[in-house]
Structure formats: structure tokens, C-alpha cells
Design a protein around this ligand. Structure first.
Ligand SMILES: Cc1ncc(COP(=O)(O)O)c(C=O)c1O
Length: 388
């Protein structure tokens, strides 16, 4: 058979991390001690209080059937209570909240619900690649909003040309940000809501890292008056509770947009296993549990080990206030791929080159805080021996 990939698959940007993946695999096969700061996947286990709830839920036969379409009512209720306690935001659990199979499910599918072929989707760069691919799958036209240090890694909304503003249907925002580790102030969200109201945009805010923070708790865009009318926000239990493998999140926002996303998903999947939603309910009800606070303290100590260690080597880096990535300027402004290769070859340390996210990410490396403190110390010691 001659097989040709579809145009929509061909339209995706090339995967720029192939070389690094290959090199990393070769080092591991050669028995080298590789320190992996590349993956954004928590190394810590899911908290016991959540696993205990899952253990009970899995024996309940009513959880063995097809899940409820919009999600288990108790889970959506817990998400609504979380929005109220954490952000002071009122959301109707039946109309304004939808269970998702991890936030990636909602993020990848929302363009199919709100973007017509030819519509512009405003996408931050560097950024989570699914904003771009989701837009392409829906026939949308991604328009890049560069996230630059000079603008605190916020998109400059005023710089978007008038004709693009008018053609745009959806805008992606993600704070705490992957990969730049930046947070957004409420004043930025206010500006975004005003522009969305003026141009008829739907704001999709990705709060996947909203519960991993070291200073002020990051805000929700839904705190801005009027935002519930123009925005949908994606939340995830993956990073907040070390549950990446469980695949559970939720979307909250404008009821018509939520209903449209539910309609897309109703034709794609059959929801998340009810028992996982029951366990997720326990997680959300106990988001201030001592184990969750301890986890944040662990990330904070790791952040300090890496940031202080690199600062002593003369690397200029802003300490992140949230999320578990460090966005580190390359030494002497060298190309990110070059430094990344040097770190792999000479220190056996895996990082992600910012240039792999697109030109706006060039000059930076992403380092994840998903290894323990002693390994981070080791990574810094190894990096100290390299001549850049
Ligand atoms: C910015 C961002 N959003 C969303 C996700 C998806 O997370 P999940 O589908 O596990 O909720 C990720 C995962 O790495 C991410 O980095």
C-alpha cells in the first residue's frame, strides 16, 4: 500500500527534538548516568489520600459502566467549590463545568467546537504545542504571539494587527507558563477580557500549573468581571496532585462554549472512568492537604538548588514563582540547540532547547524540577565543569 499522511498531519510543524531524543537514548544504552531535566512529568507519587479513595471507588460496580457524559456530578460540584474557595469565582457545576480526560483533551478539542476553517487562532510562542496543532486540525490559522522577556513573557496584545484581531476567534493564554515559567497579573487578564469583548474572541486560559506555586497563588482569568462570558479555562489534576497518568482535568467557563466542547467530546470519547473522577473529587476537596503543601515546598527547594547553583556559575536566570520549569538564558547568548547538545555530551544532562518551540524561544533552555535535590546538585556540579 502506498500511504500518504493527511494534509492536516503534514501541516504540523516538524518535531525538533528528535536529535536530542536519539542522543539521550544512546547515552542510556551505553550505561551513562543521565540526569533528565527534560520532561515535565512529576517524579513524586500521587498522594495517598487520593489513592485510598480510588481503591474504594474501583470496587463500586456503578463506577464500571460508561461514565456520565458531562462527568460525575460530585466531581463537577467539587470543581465548582474549588473555583469558589480558591478564586472566589462562581460557576454552575451543571452548565459551566465539564470533566476532561486531562486538560490536553479539552485543549486539543476546543478548536473543533469554536473555530471555523480559516479563522485565526492566536497562539503564544514558545508554548505548549497542542495550541498550535489543535488549531491546525480544526482548519484554523495559527497566528504567533511571541512571548518575550522584555514583556515579562506576556503576549503584547496591542501589537496584534487590526486585521488579525478581526479574523481571530480564539486566543490561548497559559499562566503559570510552560515553558517560560512566567505568571500573569490580573491587569493583563483585564486587558485580554476587554479585547475579547471588543473583537468577539473566545479566551482559552490554560491553568495546568495553577496549583504549583511558591509565592502568591496564581489568579484565574474568571476573576475578571465579564470573563465568564468570553472565556473558558482548563484545569488539570496532573501537576497539582502528581496525577499525570490518571488523565483527569476539567473545563470551566461560558456555558455555550462548554456545551459545544461537550458536544465535540460526545462524538470522540466516552468520558473518564468514573472511579478516577471519584478519586479526583477527593483531590479537589482537599487541595490544601498537608501533602500537597509539602509537595510545593519540595519544588521550591529544588528551584532554589538549581537557580542558586546556576547563578553561582554566572548564568542569569529569573527564579520562577510558579510551575516546575526554569527558563534559563543560554550562556553568552549561544544558540539553545548548541548548549543543549553540549550539556548532553559533556554533562549527560538533558534539557529542552527553547528554539525547539520556535524562533521566539531561542536563547533559552527549559529545565524541569522533576528530579530530586541531590540530582540537581549533581547536575550543577557537572555543568560547572563545562567551558561554554
Ligand atoms: C501548559 C500545559 N498545558 C496542558 C498540559 C496537559 O496536561 P494534562 O493533559 O496532563 O492535564 C500540559 C502538559 O504538559 C502543559 O504543559
Amino acid at each position: 500500500m502506498t500511504f500518504a499522511k493527511t494534509q492536516r498531519l503534514e501541516a504540523l510543524p516538524p518535531y525538533l527534538f528528535i536529535e536530542i531524543d536519539k542522543k539521550k537514548r544512546a547515552l542510556l544504552q551505553a550505561g551513562k548516568d543521565v540526569i533528565n531535566l527534560g520532561v515535565g512529568d512529576p517524579d513524586l507519587p500521587t498522594h495517598k489520600f487520593i489513592i485510598d479513595e480510588m481503591a474504594k471507588a474501583i470496587y463500586d460496580p456503578k463506577n464500571h459502566r460508561y461514565p456520565f457524559d458531562e462527568g460525575v456530578p460530585a466531581y463537577r460540584q467539587a470543581a465548582a467549590e474549588f473555583m469558589s474557595r480558591r478564586f472566589g469565582v462562581t460557576a454552575d457545576p451543571d452548565k459551566q463545568i465539564l470533566t476532561t480526560v486531562g486538560s490536553k483533551d479539552g485543549i486539543s478539542h476546543i478548536p473543533l467546537a469554536v473555530v471555523n476553517p480559516g479563522d485565526v487562532v492566536l497562539v503564544p510562542q514558545p508554548g505548549y504545542p497542542v495550541y498550535n496543532s489543535g488549531a491546525i486540525f480544526a482548519g484554523g490559522r495559527p497566528y504567533v504571539m511571541p512571548l518575550l522577556q522584555a514583556n515579562h513573557f506576556l503576549p503584547d496584545l496591542d501589537a496584534i494587527p487590526e486585521n488579525i484581531r478581526r479574523q481571530a476567534k480564539l486566543i490561548w493564554l497559559n499562566y503559570p507558563n510552560n515553558p517560560t515559567a512566567a505568571s500573569a497579573p490580573l491587569s493583563f487578564y483585564e486587558q485580554a477580557v476587554k479585547m475579547a469583548q471588543r473583537y468577539g474572541w473566545i479566551i482559552a486560559s490554560d491553568l495546568a500549573y495553577g496549583e504549583v506555586y511558591f509565592e502568591q497563588p496564581p489568579p484565574s482569568i474568571l476573576q475578571i468581571p465579564g470573563a465568564m462570558d468570553v472565556a473558558i479555562e482548563f484545569h488539570s489534576l496532573s501537576k497539582s496532585f502528581n496525577m499525570t497518568g490518571w488523565r483527569i482535568g476539567w473545563a470551566v467557563g461560558n456555558d455555550k462554549v462548554i456545551a459545544a466542547l461537550a458536544q465535540v467530546k460526545g462524538n470522540m470519547d466516552s468520558g473518564q472512568f468514573n472511579a478516577i473522577q471519584v478519586a479526583g473529587t477527593a483531590a479537589l476537596k482537599n487541595y490544601q492537604h498537608a501533602d500537597v503543601k509539602n509537595q510545593m515546598a519540595i519544588y521550591r527547594r529544588r528551584r532554589d538548588v538549581l537557580a542558586d547553583g546556576l547563578a553561582q556559575l554566572g548564568w542569569q536566570m529569573q527564579k520562577p514563582s510558579a510551575g516546575f520549569f526554569c527558563w534559563v538564558p543560554t550562556p553568552h547568548g549561544k544558540k539553545s540547540m548548541e548548549v543543549c547538545n553540549q550539556l548532553l555530551d559533556e554533562a549527560h544532562v538533558v534539557t529542552v532547547p527553547g528554539g525547539g518551540f520556535g524562533p521566539a524561544g531561542e536563547g533559552f533552555l527549559r529545565m524541569a524540577l522533576t528530579v530530586d535535590e541531590s540530582r540537581l546538585h549533581q547536575a550543577v556540579e557537572r555543568i560547572a565543569k563545562i567551558k561554554f
